[in-house]
Design a protein around this ligand. Structure first.
Ligand code: PMP
Length: 425
């Protein structure tokens, strides 16, 4: 793609001219997809772990360091103004992408993990949690939405209440409702599971939390890249995601928070930028979102993320989502042809994540063997050990699809798994 033309287009991402869905052209946007691994064309099916980057994102990183590099918000010199404008413009793009009410509700963080830690930590320090209070999470949470709450709980004696799931890997909503008590102070639930693929009814989950006067955080690490997110329509009080899973750089992510909460919460970290005035006796803090962005941020990460969102919006999101759904359906069908293969996570409403086991073969062996054919999938517990325990498996193999994947790649996965079975089965 022509980077200069792409980047000079200063229109808001909502008004970007739409491209037709053309898989060959899309794949050409991602340089890494044309490389080989172990002498075979790369088949990248580990998109739930991280997504590949289109050339416009890669170029934006290079462009920033080559032409705009300066620290932001501080200097009045030309480069500092350019960098500040680019960074704040990226914040505006995020605001538009998720339809936040204001850019001040967009806090740049390192990723989904840091976003959840920030909320857990500041909620605790704000005095909202008392000894014996309860926080509701679900059985399918990533460790990033379990451990931060346990850290908070350690010194406040707070109890985690867990929404159970059925054998398909769907949350049991009747049980969720029963978990509320007068002690419930927070609900924090994943939108789409990284190890099962389940898409949870988060709008309903949030509504029920609100009926009990309880705020809700949605972990959008696996939903932002596969669906249209409108935080106002969802009603989420907090929504977190990571840039690297939505075609942007690593080390950057977003915490969306309703202004009323962000204004109420204390800062997460102290340092430059987040202050209004510092004396040795007392420090006052900056307005949101800067109050939560102490120190020099990941400037180029923010810029790259803005470009990634703009890239996505150069398509009809529905075209991308429809291709991913077809890939998931096709892969499910093809993999089920393999004898002894069991899919873990069979929810009716699923994102393009396909986790499985093959009878008698350890998932690690599957991953290692198919890597020799250039096929990248993930094996392990996927940072969801409670999910592994629930399904009574030590680990799974997981293929996860992006809109740049092809049906031929699914066939290659199928054939490679047959080969694994012949070798080890
Ligand atoms: N939540 C979910 C559902 C995830 O899949 C991940 C990443 N695997 C995270 C949170 C954490 O994301 P990150 O490591 O980018 O902070």
């Amino acid at each position: 793609m022509d980077f200069d033309q792409f980047i000079q287009d200063t229109e808001t991402i909502k008004k970007i001219k739409k491209r037709k869905f053309n898989l060959d052209k899309i794949r050409a946007d991602f340089p890494i997809l044309s490389r080989e691994v172990n002498g075979k064309p790369l088949v990248y099916l580990d998109n739930a772990a991280t997504t590949q980057k289109p050339d416009v994102v890669i170029e934006s990183v290079k462009h920033y360091y080559a032409y705009e590099n300066a620290n932001i918000h501080r200097g009045l010199h030309h480069l500092s103004e350019l960098a500040t404008e680019a960074y704040e413009n990226a914040r505006l793009k995020v605001k538009e992408y998720i339809n936040a009410l204001s850019a001040s509700e967009i806090v740049f963080v390192r990723g989904a993990t840091e976003g959840i830690n920030l909320v857990a930590n500041t909620f605790c320090r704000s005095g909202q949690f008392q000894d014996g209070d309860e926080i509701i999470i679900s059985e399918m949470e990533h460790h990033a939405n379990i451990v931060p709450w346990q850290l908070v709980c350690e010194d406040k004696n707070i109890k985690l209440k867990v929404i159970p799931m059925n054998d398909r890997g769907e949350l049991i909503m009747e049980e969720y409702v029963k978990l509320f008590s007068s002690k419930t102070k927070f609900v924090s639930v994943v939108h789409a599971s990284n190890s099962l693929g389940t898409i949870n009814p988060v709008k309903e989950i949030i509504e029920i939390a609100h009926e009990h006067g309880v705020p809700a955080l949605i972990d959008g690490a696996q939903s932002i890249q596969h669906s249209r997110i409108d935080v106002q329509k969802l009603g989420a009080d907090f929504f977190v995601f990571s840039g690297h899973k939505i075609y942007g750089p690593t080390g950057i992510g977003v915490l969306y928070g309703k202004a009323e909460y962000l204004n109420m919460l204390p800062p997460y970290q102290g340092g430059g930028d987040m202050i209004r005035e510092v004396t040795f006796e007392k420090t006052t803090y900056n307005d949101i979102p800067t109050k939560f962005e102490a120190g020099t941020p990941n400037i180029v990460g923010g810029i790259g993320l803005g470009v990634a969102l703009k890239y996505l919006r150069s398509f009809n999101l529905e075209d991308l989502m429809s291709h991913e759904k077809k890939l998931l359906d096709y892969a499910t069908e093809r993999l089920l042809e393999i004898e002894g293969l069991k899919i873990i996570g069979t929810a009716k409403n699923k994102t393009s994540v396909l986790a499985f086991t093959i009878e008698g073969i350890h998932p690690y062996d599957i991953g290692t063997i198919i890597d020799t054919d250039g096929i990248a999938i993930r094996t392990g517990h996927h940072c969801t050990q409670p999910v592994m325990r629930r399904f009574n498996v030590p680990a799974t193999a997981r293929a996860s699809f992006s809109f740049y994947n092809t049906f031929e790649e699914v066939d290659k996965l199928h054939d490679a798994l047959i080969k694994v079975k012949k070798m080890l089965g």
